[in-house]
Design a protein around this ligand. Structure first.
Ligand code: SF4
Length: 188
């Protein structure tokens, strides 16, 4: 209440019910739609979020009051989760984020500009480079003769946008090729 600048008189009015009436008079129709509970992808706290969809578009994002971790609250980062897929363009008018990248961009070593590539090219290139790096750097044993079967030339930093299943598969894949340097920015 103090943050809203209501002051003592305002607080008295709120307590008398004026605040509730003001709230009831607000137009919340902009956020009507199909509500889908999900988890904030930004950090390891894992706050609950309700995403509302209408006519194939996300029309609202807010903290989930039933979620045991955040009980409806979101930090500024979680509140800006809408930036992932859409931006607020004026009051109650939300549109897909035009700045979201939808194509692969590649910058060659030493180059000062990005080139547009297709996914087939990118996935093949990633696979070839991982294979070449692993083959060049694979260690069967460490300096004291202990079997290690690892490469220390490849590291992986996960994303909090990944779900548990994706993290599991990535972890299994990386371990299977001998990558031991794994981290995740949500842990920081
Ligand atoms: S970034 Fe904020 S809202 Fe998202 S999980 Fe972490 S604390 Fe919660």
């Amino acid at each position: 209440m103090k943050g809203l600048g209501l002051g003592t008189a305002g607080l008295a009015l709120w307590e008398a019910g004026a605040g509730k009436e003001a709230l009831a008079a607000q137009d919340f129709s902009f956020k009507k739609g199909r509500e889908v509970p999900t988890i904030c992808p930004y950090c390891g706290v894992g706050c609950g979020i309700i995403v509302t969809e209408r006519d194939g578009k996300i029309v609202n994002v807010e903290g989930d009051p039933d979620h045991p971790i955040n009980q409806g609250a979101l930090c500024p980062k979680g509140m800006s989760v809408s930036d992932i897929s859409f931006v607020v363009a004026g009051k109650n008018n939300r549109v897909p984020n035009p700045r979201r990248l939808t194509k692969v961009l590649y910058r060659a070593p030493g180059s000062g500009h990005w080139e547009e590539k297709d996914w087939d090219w990118a996935l093949r290139e990633i696979a070839l480079r991982i294979k070449a790096t692993r083959d060049e750097t694979f260690e069967l044993k460490d300096a004291s003769g202990v079997t290690v079967n690892r490469t220390q030339a490849i590291a992986h930093v996960g994303s909090a946008s990944l779900d548990n299943e994706e993290n599991y598969l990535i972890h299994k894949f990386l371990r299977s090729i001998g990558v031991i340097n794994l981290d995740h920015h949500a842990r920081l």
